[in-house]
Design a protein around this ligand. Structure first.
Ligand SMILES: Cc1cc2nc3c(=O)[nH]c(=O)nc-3n(C[C@H](O)[C@H](O)[C@H](O)COP(=O)(O)OP(=O)(O)OC[C@H]3O[C@@H](n4cnc5c(N)ncnc54)[C@H](O)[C@@H]3O)c2cc1C
Length: 427
């Protein structure tokens, strides 16, 4: 049987040691079968276990194999589409509820790290960097918007102040969010998996769900076993494939790439990001970066629609890094990898239920580190019969990609090309 390893990322190379996990063999019975051990699945499992459910997690590869173990590690608040867009597309009551939840994911991560003593290099402070005055105007209105929802740990940075937090000449200002921050994402996932097991949950690795038998007593089949459950949570996101055709039809996996430099040394690292905050710029096709605990620069950017793996990641991302930091021209790149996130047409997450007992959350469209932690809580609430917050997400309108499965990639790439051009021209 295939044994799928982690990609050769900096995160896999610096992961905390974990015990080997079993492959599912034979039949088990549980209350909730969770498909996928990324943040969505692990957060759901943890909240359910804390509420007394029995939980079995099936992971096709290894814990954090997907986006959760490969991402930029940036704790970014709110959703990939901000609350003002939600306010315009849904009624005030639903918008209010979703707005109130927009900053909860980051709090959940911090609670998890503290409660379960997770070693994942958690640091506070994230900066949105403006490349032009239009971006700056957007950040000013974002600050006002977030403050309306009670999120007050924000500070606008002018052109002089932003130089204190990032040594990049390209920015005209920014917004500092002290409740943002960064983590070693794979170690966060591994720590959450250990917490799941400490509460009596079981995680099977190399155990892909290959078929779901739906009905009053659903059964999830793997190659060598099956799980009988009262409820199923589908949390496979961009790696789910066609296991649940209804979910594949309304979303699109996209790739994004990350590189990691050799250790820079304390002095050089401090000149780049003196306060060790993470940074993302305000472009539609955005660049994001931060320092690791051993003072490397992790730099990500770009999107491959349809999630094909690019042949030479360094050739795509290194020029972006050098545009921000030309002083790194002689620094070696030690790691380069790609990962998939799931795009929806609205860029808002898709949450819902299929039949009476199959729940799902997917498609946070880029910013998912905080949202997925919230999603786990909201799904667990729904299973406990408190569905108000679940319904606020489930009622968000969603549309299929134009062109269906065949043409959605070229259409989305065309849209991205248009936005990329707008980024380049600065409007
Ligand atoms: C390169 C990259 C950089 C990113 N950077 C950031 C960032 O800095 N900040 C931010 O907020 N967001 C970022 N994101 C997005 C964020 O990482 C994701 O939104 C989030 O991790 C998604 O979590 P998830 O649990 O829903 O999915 P995943 O983490 O992808 O987990 C899904 C899991 O399900 C498993 N699975 C799939 N199908 C099956 C099956 N049939 N049976 C069993 N298991 C299955 C997969 O193997 C996988 O482990 C980034 C994404 C990528 C790819």
């Amino acid at each position: 049987m295939a044994n799928t390893p982690y990609p050769q990322s900096y995160y896999a190379a610096s992961a905390n040691a974990v015990p080997p996990r079993p492959v599912l063999q034979g039949e088990v019975e549980t209350d909730v079968c969770v498909i996928g051990a990324g943040y969505t699945g692990l957060s759901s499992a943890l909240f359910l276990l804390e509420s007394g459910f029995r939980v079995t997690v099936l992971e096709a590869a290894k814990v954090g194999f997907g986006a959760s173990g490969r991402n930029g590690g940036q704790i970014v608040n709110s959703y990939s589409r901000d609350i003002d867009v939600i306010e315009r597309s849904v009624g005030p009551q639903q918008a209010q509820l979703l707005g109130q939840m927009a900053f909860e994911g980051g709090r959940i991560i911090r609670e998890r790290v503290a409660k379960y003593q997770i070693q994942c290099d958690l640091k506070d402070g994230g900066v949105f960097a403006a490349l032009n005055s239009k971006h700056m105007g957007h950040l000013e209105s974002q600050k006002r918007l977030w403050e309306r929802y009670g999120h007050t740990q924000l500070e606008l940075l002018d052109e002089r102040r932003i130089r204190d937090v990032v040594a990049c000449e390209n920015y005209v200002g920014g917004l500092l969010d002290m409740s943002g921050g960064h983590i070693h994402p794979l170690n966060l996932a591994l720590g959450e998996a250990a917490a799941v097991e400490s509460l009596g949950g079981t995680i099977y690795e190399q155990s892909a769900a290959v078929r779901i038998e739906r009905g009053a007593n659903p059964v999830v089949h793997t190659a060598q076993g099956k799980v009988k459950a009262k409820f199923i949570i589908v949390a496979g996101n961009a790696y789910l494939g066609n296991l649940v055709p209804e979910l594949a039809a309304k979303s699109m996996p996209c790739g994004t790439q990350v590189i990691t430099t050799a250790p820079l040394g304390d002095e050089l690292a401090k000149t780049l990001l003196p306060q060790d905050f993470c940074v993302e710029d305000c472009n539609y096709l955005l660049d994001y970066y931060r320092l690791t605990s051993d003072k490397r620069l992790i730099f990500g950017g770009g999107v491959v629609y349809g999630a094909r793996d690019p042949a030479n990641i360094e050739a795509i991302i290194r020029p972006k890094m050098l545009k921000a930091f030309p002083q790194l021209k002689d620094v070696k790149i030690d790691y380069a990898w790609t990962g998939n996130f799931l795009l929806t047409l609205s860029r808002l997450p898709q949450v819902g239920r299929l039949g009476d007992n199959i729940y799902y959350s997917q498609g946070c469209s880029g910013h998912g580190v905080t949202y997925t932690h919230l999603a786990g809580k909201v799904l667990a609430e729904a299973l406990k019969g408190q569905a108000e917050r679940f319904d606020a997400f489930a009622d968000l309108p969603h549309y299929p990609f134009p062109g269906g499965q065949l043409l959605r990639t070229p259409f989305a790439a065309l849209g991205a090309w248009y936005y990329g051009l707008r980024d380049k021209l600065g409007f």
